[in-house]
Design a binder for this molecule. Structure first.
Ligand SMILES: Nc1ncnc2c1ncn2[C@@H]1O[C@H](COP(=O)(O)OP(=O)(O)O)[C@@H](O)[C@H]1O
Ligand SMILES: [Mg+2]
Length: 389
């Protein structure tokens, strides 16, 4: 199980240390940093797929995502006695992302490239991976490090000594994806595969053109696609090999009396839903955005191959408020099978989940431009050390 997420200098997350529970709920006002927190987890997952540099570029580039405030917010600045100003920087500002569980931790540090006026490359603005590490246990210590990367150089622990690895990494590649020697660093490959298994749902599509509204060739689908395109096949897969009783129970919880049917025609699999009061079932193309989205959430959360870790960003979007308590119960149920983090600002969803004892709810607040966790004390701040440069 993942225990801690650490983020430095990513947008308003100047220095975030978030403890992770089996079910973690993140709420907060607009602009408090919820989406940034969610995206920082996505960036970590991108590193395992070697997509972190392009992912940052899509967000406007590293320079615009780096924390725009001072390196340190002093006590005087907090009380208002001293104006907010840049202090002398002790280290170059870098984006740092880290995750740790009981067994392993991983951290990634990205920075702006060194200035080189003589270079003619067109990629001079791309961020560089400056530092990466994989370690054993929950907290990084030099003695617990298993794989260390400094700029292009990689070293792997071998017993009590370090083995320099011949691979020169380019500054844009994460070591997770580029170094794959199962004999040299089995822990790293294990970690990479685990991170690759994480699932993110933030862009389930329910618009008129959404692929889930049309028939499509169905194949065995234990994992719903991130846009929900293969909903009919994913639903049928749960019916055949998953917990179909729980699927039915959860459907009834949200839509009493409803019946979902998967059929196949020349165009492929199609989903329809029979509802009380209607003379014929409605095709996926005819369902309301909220109903279609709810069916997608059911298929995602009741996956017959639950991942170790799943993140949902604002699952309440376009749902009728009356569905939120049922969604809360569905999320709680799903968290028995996988570790979940849910970002939401729907009051009724939050109260439905908060009531559950395995869940932990954090409210984000912004103070002097910086995201903080309301009420976080030392006792619930996970220990964290970044590997030294
Ligand atoms: N480079 C930056 N440095 C500091 N703060 C930033 C930076 N970029 C964006 N922000 C701020 O970070 C906040 C993040 O918002 P976001 O995560 O989208 O919030 P939410 O999802 O809670 O509405 C915004 O208030 C924005 O002003
Ligand atoms: Mg947001």
């Amino acid at each position: 199980m993942l225990r801690a997420l650490a983020v430095d200098n990513y947008r308003s997350l100047r220095k975030l240390r978030l403890p992770l529970d089996q079910l973690t709920l993140i709420t907060g006002a607009n602009g408090s940093g919820k989406s940034s927190l969610y995206r920082s987890l996505r960036l970590l997952a991108d590193a395992a797929q070697n997509r972190v540099v392009p992912a940052l570029a899509l967000e406007g580039g590293l320079a615009s995502t780096l924390w725009a405030g001072p390196e340190d917010i002093t006590r005087g600045m907090r009380t208002g006695d001293v104006p907010i100003m840049g202090t002398v920087r002790n280290e170059p500002i870098n984006l740092k992302l880290g995750i740790a569980g009981d067994e392993f931790g991983y951290s990634l540090e990205l920075g702006l490239p060194p200035q080189d006026p003589s270079s003619t490359s067109m990629f001079l603005g791309d961020p560089h991976v400056k530092r990466e590490a994989v370690w054993a246990g929950a907290v990084y210590r030099p003695a617990s490090a298993l794989v260390e990367r400094r700029n292009g150089l990689l070293q792997v622990r071998e017993g009590r000594s370090w083995q320099q690895v011949g691979t020169m990494l380019t500054p844009f590649d994460s070591m997770l994806s580029q170094y794959a020697d199962p004999a040299g660093a089995p822990e790293m490959i294990n970690l990479r595969e685990r991170i690759r298994g994480w699932r993110f749902y933030d862009s389930l599509r329910t618009d008129a053109e959404a692929p889930a509204r049309r028939s499509r060739v169905g194949t065995f689908t234990p994992v719903l696609a991130s846009d929900g395109a293969d909903l009919a096949a994913a639903w049928q897969t749960i019916e055949e090999i998953g917990d179909s009783a729980l699927l039915e129970e959860s459907l009834q919880d949200a839509f009493p009396g409803a019946q979902v049917q998967i059929r196949e025609d020349a165009g492929g699999f199609r989903l329809a839903m029979r509802q009380p009061g209607l003379l014929r079932p409605l095709e996926a193309a005819e369902l309301s955005d909220g109903t279609l989205r709810y069916l997608m959430l059911l298929a995602a959360l009741l996956s017959p191959r639950p991942p170790e870790f799943m993140a949902l960003n604002e699952p309440e979007t376009s749902l009728h408020p009356d569905l939120l308590p049922a969604l809360g119960r569905l999320i709680v149920k799903a968290s028995e099978q996988c570790q979940l983090i849910v970002v939401s600002h729907a009051r009724r969803l939050i109260s439905a989940i908060e009531a559950h004892e395995g869940a932990r709810c954090w409210q984000l607040e912004k103070a002097l431009g910086e995201t903080t966790l309301l009420g976080q004390g030392l006792e619930d701040t996970p220990a964290w050390h970044w590997p030294a440069r």
